[in-house]
Design a protein. Structure first.
Length: 700
């Protein structure tokens, strides 16, 4: 009988993929919904919004699990619908056993049919072969036309969920040492017009967008050091060599290169570094890494010498020094340092240190003659302004643009893979974003770490990766991204189990009188509803929020979802006005384990939930000061212990580390080593000297 029951479940799973294909069927703009998806018309497709497809797929992904249906309250608080997302079942981390089955039906506008699928009984079966996912077009912002309704849920049996260890990446042996020299050609880069209007060329501005960061790499390139993107060691850039160390590793003396020049031909001197450093220290300029610079005293004995003296030994000393980008004091000193409306250099710099400089429009960049590192291969880099993401997709697909600064939606990945005119590059950056559930520890119910530990097990992370992120993520155990050298590796057994969550709460005195009742506390009082906040511009956060509410409902916990605009979301977080939050932690350039402490130390700038553990604070302080090579083993022990402490305290539930991908036209070559660098660091074009190596295959 068990085999027969499992067979029926797997037939349902196969039907779910057919259903998903029909529901996600794209339509031509202005064409009938019945138009064939196999049309040879090359025009781009636009997805039809289906708010609850994501949740249906999440649930049906687990139809082959061993489950026992349990009735719950029939309805929950209405929420806005989800943007379209597609399962990418090729993710190696996806487990077909540790999942939760549920029946979902969207409440659509009047006269719209409702689809409801009841899960049949299931039994154990060997792991099915993953099906090929149907590609989806870019997510469409949610509308207010549909309301998800949970018709039934099921409780999964406790299982062991092995985590696939993240393989260590070893630098390749065939890394070109010399850049490719094939000059000529133009690179056309697509940029959303709305983001271009908010560009900022100041390296010391908080909350820089991806657009601003990329533009800065074009015009500034005089930091003292850079991290080799392949071998991850530090190398001199504007400095003549690595620094001389004195005072037991606290004093760093640099000598600048003699040929270091601004684009107007004048010398870059120690005064330019000190000018930028001093302004970055001013509180009114709000440089986000100001605290690190305050550890340093800097002097310039002469125009080519810089001396930095730290107040203590720090393992991150070189990384901190690499933050200092000189600015031409003779130009920037005329204007307010951090006011775009009064400092025209912030919008379009006239004197630069990098390989390219912008023209009057700010849309075209030409090589700087006499650039210290040599002339870049490309003759010009042009920006093409685009109205929206649909136009961006069209432009990449048809070759109107060669590349884009923007991060691309996961739903586009399969379509680009099938396009022979572009190359797709996929990698996990060292500074990857991490999605997490944040708990506010001022909430009396959430103050218990045992409660938080139990709640962490109610979410099926692997199904979220497949359904929400299209497989572009890796499950993580601790608070560090999986690509960090100190990240915990190996297995995390039993991470997901609804039954284990319910049992864990029961041991603390929390229980339901009858299935479907509210969860009662040890005194027999219903646990109050929880408010979950998330940003309105993230369909992924909305998908996770709706799924979390569904899973908590199985426990008798009511969750009110509150989608907020970005400014309100940030304000509510910083003031601690929430119970739960769906967050994305993204720190550009973060590479050292110490860079990820702001959410966890007692006075951390990103510690919104009120977490405080003196042992955690002490270990972070110890790890930061283990600076010598002989301390390497001890430092690893410190950060492994830190991660274990945070997992045990559970102030956050770190779900997974995001992966990245980009697309480039085949007629542009990144110069050999450029793309080889991708798995080891951030975007290769953000690391010196990748911009110099690119060339056009069509150039004479």
């Amino acid at each position: 009988m068990r085999n027969g029951r499992r067979g029926g479940s797997c037939q349902l799973l196969a039907f779910s993929y057919q259903l998903k294909f029909w529901l996600l069927q794209p339509t031509r703009r202005g064409a009938s919904l019945m138009a064939s998806s196999h049309s040879s018309d090359p025009r781009p497709l636009t997805p039809v919004p289906r708010p609850l497809i994501l949740l249906i797929l999440l649930v049906l992904l687990t139809a082959c699990a061993d489950v026992t249906p349990t009735p719950v309250a029939p309805n929950v608080t209405p929420t806005p619908p989800l943007a379209t997302a597609t399962l990418l079942t090729t993710s190696p981390a996806l487990s077909p056993t540790a999942t939760t089955a549920a029946t979902l039906s969207p409440t659509l506008p009047a006269n719209t049919p409702t689809i409801s699928i009841e899960p049949p009984p299931t039994v154990a079966l060997p792991t099915p072969v993953p099906a090929t996912a149907t590609p989806s077009l870019p997510p469409i912002p949610p509308t207010a036309t549909a309301t998800p309704v949970i018709a039934a849920t099921a409780t999964a049996q406790p299982t062991t969920n092995p985590v696939t260890p993240t393989p260590a990446i070893t630098p390749g042996n065939q890394v070109p040492v010399l850049p490719v020299r094939r000059t000529g050609g133009t690179l056309t880069v697509g940029v959303l017009d709305s983001d271009f209007k908010n560009r900022n060329f100041s390296p010391y501005t908080p909350d820089l967008s991806d657009i601003s960061l990329h533009l800065q790499r074009l015009v500034w390139n005089a930091r003292l050091l850079y991290r080799d993107p392949v071998r991850l060691d530090w190398k001199p850039l504007a400095a003549l060599g690595m620094p001389q160390l004195d005072n037991e590793g606290r004093k760093f003396t640099f000598t600048l290169r003699e040929d270091l020049r601004w684009s107007d031909g004048s010398s870059i001197t120690s005064a330019d570094y000190i000018f930028a450093f001093n302004n970055a220290l001013l509180p009114e300029n709000k440089f986000p890494r100001m605290t690190e610079l305050r550890r340093i005293n800097v002097t310039g004995p002469d125009l080519r010498t810089l001396v930095f003296t730290f107040d203590d030994r720090y393992a991150t000393a070189l990384q901190t020094l690499s933050l200092i980008e000189p600015l031409p004091a003779k130009v920037w000193s005329r204007y307010p340092f951090a006011a775009p409306d009064r400092n025209p250099e912030i919008i379009r710099p006239t004197v630069v240190s990098g390989p390219y400089r912008p023209d009057q429009s700010g849309l075209s960049f030409s090589p700087v003659l006499g650039f210290t590192a040599g002339r870049p291969n490309l003759d010009r880099i042009n920006l093409k302004l685009l109205a929206n993401m649909d136009e961006l997709y069209d432009s990449l697909r048809t070759g109107v643009i060669n590349w884009t600064f923007h991060a691309l939606p996961g739903g586009w990945l399969n379509q680009f893979r099938e396009n022979n005119s572009v190359s797709v590059y996929r990698w996990t950056p060292l500074d990857s974003g991490r999605r997490y559930i944040g708990y506010n520890l001022d909430n009396s119910f959430l103050q218990s770490k045992a409660v938080r530990q139990a709640l962490n097990r109610v979410l099926d992370v692997r199904s979220l990766i497949a359904a929400v992120e299209n497989g572009l993520a890796s499950e993580q155990i601790g608070f560090l991204p999986v690509s960090n050298e100190y990240a915990l590796k190996g297995a995390n057994p039993g991470r997901f189990s609804v039954r284990a969550t319910r049992d864990g709460l029961a041991t603390l005195g929390y229980s339901q009188r009858e299935p479907g009742d509210k969860l009662n506390d040890p005194f027999g009082r219903p646990v109050l509803s929880l408010e979950l906040i998330y940003p309105d511009r993230s369909p992924e956060a909305e998908a996770i929020a709706v799924y979390l509410r569904q899973q908590y409902q199985q426990l008798g916990l009511n969750v009110n979802l509150n989608k907020l605009d970005s400014a309100t979301y940030q304000k509510r977080r910083s003031e601690g006005q929430y119970d739960l939050e769906i967050g994305l932690s993204l720190q550009s350039g973060a590479a050292d384990a110490d860079d990820f402490k702001s959410q966890l130390v007692s006075r951390g700038g990103q510690n919104f939930g009120g977490y405080s553990n003196p042992q955690v604070d002490s270990l972070f302080a110890e790890g930061l000061r283990l600076a010598s090579d002989s301390d390497a083993f001890r430092r690893r022990q410190v950060y492994e212990r830190l991660q274990q402490l945070v997992v045990d305290d559970a102030p956050y539930f770190f779900l997974y580390t995001l992966q990245a991908y980009t697309v480039m036209s085949n007629n542009v070559d990144p110069g050999g080593a450029g793309m080889l660098n991708l798995p080891r660091w951030m975007l290769a074009w953000d690391a010196f000297p990748a911009y110099l190596n690119w060339y056009s295959k069509d150039a004479p």
